[in-house]
Write a protein that binds this ligand. Structure first.
Ligand SMILES: Cc1cc2nc3c(=O)[nH]c(=O)nc-3n(C[C@H](O)[C@H](O)[C@H](O)COP(=O)(O)OP(=O)(O)OC[C@H]3O[C@@H](n4cnc5c(N)ncnc54)[C@H](O)[C@@H]3O)c2cc1C
Length: 394
């Protein structure tokens, strides 16, 4: 079997790469190890309209559960401040959409197949075929049968657990503190605020991470928690958090989010790495859908161009890294900077910051600059380390 491009992984990174490669008239195969694309869900399912601009698609009510106009951030002492999500010029403050990813991911795979991609499900890529140091295909296993599939370009969209990047000699090592372990229920019954995302901070609630409630519609929400370097599991903290809600779980998911920046190099001869496999996730929020969509689209287009030019060398595929860095590199760097700041803030400082934002009636983080200097000075006098955070946010 021989294809121009083989994509490993069939969720957002895989479907978008293969879609944009196929749209550019090359032969593409996408391989997914699960029997069904999109399951199990490992996501709180929040994204923004910007994702659909990247995908050149209109969002459909088939997979958009609801629209969200704000974010409540709960401090450890259980105060909260609210941030409006109404911008149309940047992901962080953009209005959010909550997706039904089981349907969304499958929809993307369907679009990719309609554009010409061949898809193999319940098929696991076990190895790369490497000749004279150059990747030239994959070894895949489907229902006990092992097969060699030749390819001019391989795109590794195999998620955080990615082995493919490592097999190609790229360094994808992470320390346990770089990754947030997550557990999430989809819950039904409680009176969830339908217009706001809820985020809960604090070492007791979620050490090294945060808890969330993302409403999906009337009385339905994703209720989750992410923790880092904790002796207890994320599920332990989830059960504790969920027990306070008068709701019942209808689904349990576990997963992990990379929070400490992208891998050093995302390409080599005949291979590119996209999405969670490349750690293309915003470290401050754990949001990866929009970043993965952007990088995967670029990877698909660069792969097609390289095949047509008959040059799939490392030098040619370097364009992928140049382009994704130009598109989202700055955003990822800023987000990593915020993550490092958030990691240093103590619960006491969070409580003080929350009180300050409430007292100053800051509903829009962009208006922090207009808060009176005197109020900021008062806060800084008591909590001097917060100066750095406020300076960066402003
Ligand atoms: C709990 C949680 C909540 C999150 N919430 C949000 C959120 O609200 N908003 C947001 O923007 N982001 C969120 N994220 C991040 C987001 O889900 C990811 O960034 C995004 O799904 C990455 O997509 P991907 O295609 O790169 O990887 P994945 O979604 O991990 O897909 C990888 C695919 O590759 C397949 N695969 C792996 N190895 C092989 C192999 N050897 N052969 C064949 N197939 C293989 C897997 O089965 C899988 O289907 C969340 C993540 C987690 C864990």
């Amino acid at each position: 079997m021989k294809y121009d491009v083989v994509v490993v992984g069939g969720r957002i990174g895989g479907s978008v790469s293969s879609l944009f490669a196929s749209k550019n008239d090359v032969d593409v195969l996408m391989i997914e190890k699960r029997q069904e694309i999109g399951t199990p869900v490992q996501c709180a399912e929040g994204t923004s309209l910007g994702t659909f601009k990247i995908l050149q698609m209109e969002p459909s009510p088939k997979y958009v559960c609801t629209e969200i106009g704000g974010l409540h951030v709960h401090s450890p002492d259980n105060n909260r401040f609210t941030i409006k999500l109404d911008s149309d010029d940047g992901f962080v403050l953009e209005k959010k959409l909550i997706l039904e990813r089981k349907i969304f991911d499958k929809h993307l795979a369907i679009e990719s197949a309609k554009a010409g991609t061949d898809v193999m499900v319940k098929t696991t890529v076990k190895d790369l075929i490497i000749k004279e140091g150059k990747v030239c295909g994959v070894v895949a296993k489907h229902l006990g049968q092992t097969m060699d599939i030749q390819a001019d370009v391989v795109i590794a969209a195999d998620g955080l657990e990615s082995n493919i990047a490592r097999m190609a000699g790229l360094n994808s090592y992470q320390t346990p503190n770089d990754v947030c372990s997550c557990a999430q229920y989809e819950m039904v019954g409680a009176d969830f605020d339908p217009d706001h995302l809820e985020v809960y901070m604090g070492e007791e609630m979620a050490p090294g991470g945060y808890a969330w409630i993302f409403p999906k519609g009337e009385n339905v929400a994703n209720v989750g928690i992410g923790v880092r370097s904790s002796t207890e599991t994320a599920y332990h903290y989830l059960k504790k958090f969920a027990s306070k809600l008068d709701a019942t779980p209808i689904e349990l998911n576990v997963g992990a989010v990379p929070l400490y920046g992208t891998i050093d190099k995302t390409f080599t001869d005949s291979l590119m790495v996209v999405g969670d496999a490349a750690r293309q996730v915003e470290p401050a929020t754990g949001g990866g859908i929009h970043i993965t969509a952007e990088c995967a689209r670029i990877a698909g287009e660069v792969a097609a161009e390289a095949v047509k030019n008959e040059d799939t060398s490392s030098e040619s595929l370097k364009k992928y890294e140049t382009l994704w860095k130009a598109a989202v590199g700055g955003k990822l760097e800023d987000s990593l900077k915020y993550r490092k700041i958030i990691d240093k803030i103590t619960d006491e400082e969070l409580n003080a910051l929350s009180k300050f934002l409430n007292d100053e009636k800051v509903e829009d983080i962009r208006s922090l600059g207009s808060v009176s200097k005197l109020s900021i000075l008062k806060l800084i006098k008591n909590y001097p380390r917060l100066l750095r955070l406020l300076k960066d946010l402003m």
